[in-house]
Design a protein. Sequence first.
Length: 178
Amino acid sequence: MSDILMAIKPKYAELIYQDKKLYEIRKKIPKVFVVGEGNGCKNRGMKVYLYESKPVQRITGYIHIGEILYRETSDILRNYNDGLYINRDGCDIDDYERYLGLEVEYEYSWGERRYKEGERYRFAYILQVKETIKFILPMVLKIRPPQNFIYLKEGVEVVSQRKEDGDIVKDKNSFIRE
């Protein structure tokens, strides 16, 4: 099973590390992920390293993924907004709509939105975040950062420091430098 290096905006990574953002939306996912309810255990053990884009430009930690669901984009924004931390701490619904290519046709007085037909991304993936590990020292990439994600070779480890029960633990990987 391959680990993944995934690019993410710093504000979303920080909310994930704070256990506020429980889901990540993606238009595309790695083929090694198993999609479907009840399949969370099949994704267990796989590390998804988070590469934070500008201005951080570092690998700041990793997450473990639980279930991965494939849903209509409007359903995601309507039914998963608490886990996506929408409209709090800078996670604006407009950011998600822009990312998914949604155009608002009408906004109801109670805040729900109806989207125009012909949406750019009619379906998207919801990745459930199960566990987060934030590195003490973020790592610099030696390779060009991914636009979305890249696969890491099996047996490659990450060199960084993280705290585990008060002790400092080292992980290693050849695609980064200290």
